[in-house]
Ligand binder design. Structure first.
Ligand SMILES: [Zn+2]
Length: 392
């Protein structure tokens, strides 16, 4: 604890004064002067440790000398919390368990200590034990909103989506705040698990529940489109994919490619062209530009497609667009021009290497592929394609 910053030691100093206050009262109430003298001696020993920045030893002395009682229980609980904040969870657990072990405590104080002990277990990664305590608090109708929030976090971490749905719904009524966005994701998680294990019918039912909970759920629409597509029901798939534009235009780039596949499987090439032109004119993202260029390439030729990309890049510069233009141009250039393009191709590939394509709108975390739950801040639906020259 050498050179401990004042800000870390300060809470313990305050705690020492609180202890001094309780001990002073204890001394006045007591007739046993020898015992009071002993306590005072320990108290000053503890203070001495604090002044020498030996916080750990000081705490051991203070905890050892102060009995857990109705008057001192808050001090013990705070001390345990300080340990947890310092990352010393084992000590925190020990102190909070010591509080709970006292049979004379009032129900309210015991519940306070139980709640803090549950938080200690969360910090220690002992999710099962934390879950049991938070559930016990719910049964006692104590610390309900906080216990529900922690339980929701536990079920999310454990991927127990059915329990997460039940808990989020309880939380909604406890704090009068909508959790429909999260609940829709939990239904999608269940749908995905069913789909991956071959139960498409149940998966579609769960997707419907997700949309019934949150009609703006892009994830539910994409999943519904994917399942219908896989089942060969392309008409239903196109309906699901096209819903995304109304739900969140920022994510339209996620469905353009599968949508084109569906229209092609339906033999509706006219709709491919019409829809891409509609998206291009309204949103103009690089994904729609490149997909439209591919259509020109297959219907007309490489040069016309390359010219279309050049025109589009003039209006909206894009690294991905430039890279595609180079790839396309390599097919119809020869000699020095071809060699120069190869150098440019290498440069643009390097520029694109490890470049994130998506970013969390909540915490700013960058990722290369789409996540519905941010790997960093754990927010749902917060990851979006990056806009601008290096993105969409
Ligand atoms: Zn985030």
């Amino acid at each position: 604890m050498e050179n401990t910053p004042l800000i870390i030691v300060l809470p313990f100093v305050i705690l020492a004064f609180m202890l001094g206050y309780f001990l002073g009262r204890k001394k006045n109430d007591s007739n046993d002067s020898a015992s009071s003298y002993l306590l005072s001696s320990d108290y000053f020993k503890g203070l001495n440790y604090l002044l020498n920045e030996q916080t750990d030893k000081a705490i051991d002395v203070f905890v050892g000398m102060l009995e857990v009682g109705e008057e001192t229980v808050d001090t013990h609980i705070s001390l345990g919390n300080l340990y947890r904040q310092r990352g010393e969870v084992e000590q925190a657990i020990k102190i909070h368990q010591n509080v709970i072990a006292k049979p004379s405590l009032s129900l309210a104080k015991r519940n306070d200590a139980l709640y803090e002990l549950a938080r200690d277990f969360m910090h220690a990664g002992l999710l099962d034990r934390a879950e049991n305590l938070f559930q016990a608090l719910l049964q006692k109708q104590s610390h309900v909103p906080s216990a529900l929030k922690y339980l929701l976090s536990i079920y999310e971490q454990e991927h127990d989506w059915s329990e997460a749905i039940i808990t989020a719904k309880k939380l909604e009524s406890a704090i009068n705040k909508s959790y429909s966005l999260q609940v829709a994701h939990f239904y999608c998680e269940l749908a995905l698990a069913n789909y991956q294990s071959g139960n498409s019918k149940e998966a579609l039912k769960l997707v419907k529940k997700a949309l019934g909970t949150d009609k703006q759920s892009v994830r539910a629409s994409i999943l519904e489109g994917e399942i219908h597509h896989k089942l060969g029901n392309c008409k239903a798939a196109t309906r699901a994919y096209r819903r995304v534009e109304q739900q969140d235009p920022l994510l339209i780039s996620e469905v353009l490619e599968p949508l084109i596949h569906c229209y092609k499987e339906l033999g509706n090439n006219k709709e491919v062209k019409t829809y891409l032109e509609y998206v291009l004119n309204k949103y103009g993202g690089i994904t729609s530009i490149l997909l439209y260029a591919e259509q020109i390439q297959s219907r007309v030729d490489d040069k016309t497609a390359a010219l279309f990309i050049v025109e589009s890049l003039r209006k909206k510069p894009s690294l991905r667009g430039l890279s595609s233009l180079i790839d396309m141009s390599l097919d119809f250039t020869k000699g020095t021009a071809h060699d120069n393009l190869l150098i440019l191709q290498e440069i643009t590939n390097k520029l694109q290497e490890n470049k994130p394509v998506y970013q969390c709108t909540q915490c700013g975390f960058h990722v290369k592929s789409m996540y519905w739950n941010c790997p960093s801040c754990k927010s749902w639906s917060s990851i979006k394609p990056i806009q601008g020259i290096e993105g969409e």
